[in-house]
Unconditional design. Structure first.
Ligand SMILES: Cc1cc2nc3c(=O)[nH]c(=O)nc-3n(C[C@H](O)[C@H](O)[C@H](O)COP(=O)(O)OP(=O)(O)OC[C@H]3O[C@@H](n4cnc5c(N)ncnc54)[C@H](O)[C@@H]3O)c2cc1C
Length: 301
């Protein structure tokens, strides 16, 4: 493995200034689970690694009691999210995703920010966070900017970060009452492999606990970037959430997906599975909404 110098900036400005002075010879590193693998495989050969994980902000997810927004620092590890009582109780869709990332060892060091910036179509963190309508905060020499997470992804391995910019935070907006969500990574095994599909479903219900007022469906590995199944979402709004309507929504989403034949599975099978998994996650989301586990701020500690 090629030798590199490890730099530990104290704050974001110092990290950006180091990145600017070393240019292409430097690379940010958070948990290092992607960067170090690429260096070992000879795909990257930076002279400097600029550590982001020592910068303040590496804390657990927290809820703003006034706005009901959930804040997750970019340097928070998957393990911290997995163990968060707040996430377990109120955002099980996110818990579904992080608990199956890699192994315990990976989850203890790998960060949610690194997962998003890496921007692979199979990134497990991305799908539930898009399903939850999350935004990302980004810091650079021009100050802070914010964008919808869905728009952050530009292509496989490509995200909307300018040179030197740092992803600092993920913000999940307040959840509507009677909301439930679920995520599944579908592959031959659940962990330690790239999934064939990732499916997230979030449903908010009327007071009758049956009629859908808002639906979010996000698909991973179904296109070069994560996509929302907009037509399927539209179909569900105003309808009773039951097996029949979820089956129809799944069919619509299958048509909307851009799945291709790949070594992980042929297109027709993956399209069918989009439908099957949407139905399965929709039923789980309905159950969770009924148990009112995702009512956000009001019931959070
Ligand atoms: C054995 C193994 C199993 C894995 N299993 C899974 C899995 O099941 N699901 C899954 O989704 N992923 C998996 N991964 C991939 C990886 O662990 C995750 O993508 C992880 O979250 C990356 O985070 P990190 O902190 O280690 O990123 P790093 O390797 O430190 O960085 C990744 C990239 O992001 C940049 N970067 C990091 N943080 C920031 C930031 N805040 N702002 C700007 N740039 C930044 C780095 O420069 C680099 O380009 C696995 C990896 C391994 C080695």
């Amino acid at each position: 493995m090629k030798k590199f110098t490890y730099l530990i900036p104290k704050n974001l400005d110092e990290a950006i200034s180091l990145q600017q002075s070393h240019g292409e010879r430097a690379k940010y590193i958070a948990g290092g689970t992607d960067v170090l693998v690429k260096i070992k495989e000879g795909k990257l050969a930076p002279e400097y690694l600029i550590s982001l994980k020592h910068i303040i902000g590496q804390d657990r997810p927290f809820l703003n009691q006034e706005t009901g927004e959930l804040f997750i620092g970019a340097f928070v590890t998957h393990g911290m999210i997995e163990k968060s009582p707040l996430v377990q109780a109120h955002y099980p869709i996110l818990h579904d995703a992080v608990k199956n990332i890699g192994s315990v060892q990976i989850r203890n060091v790998a960060t949610i920010g690194g997962n998003l910036v890496n921007a692979v179509p199979s990134a497990d963190g991305a799908i539930p966070l898009i399903t939850l309508d999350s935004k990302v905060n980004i810091y650079g020499t021009k100050g802070q900017r914010s964008m919808a997470l869905l728009r952050f992804f530009l292509g496989p391995g490509q995200c909307d970060l300018e040179k030197g910019e740092i992803l600092t935070e993920i913000v999940v907006p307040r959840l509507l009452e009677r909301t439930g969500g679920a995520y599944i990574k579908h592959g031959r095994r659940e962990a330690m492999e790239l999934p064939m599909l990732g499916v997230g479903v979030l449903l908010s219900l009327e007071e009758d606990m049956q009629t859908c007022v808002k639906a979010r469906i996000c698909l991973g590995v179904a296109a070069p970037t994560p996509i929302r199944a907009l037509q399927a979402e539209k179909y569900l709004v105003g309808k009773v959430v039951n097996e029949q309507n979820l089956t129809e929504a799944g069919k619509i989403a299958g048509e909307e997906s851009k799945v291709r034949d790949s070594i992980r599975g042929v297109a027709w099978y993956r399209r069918e599975m989009v439908g099957v998994l949407i139905k399965r996650m929709g039923i789980k989301a309905l159950e969770r909404a009924s148990r009112n586990v995702e009512v956000g701020m009001r019931n959070a500690e």
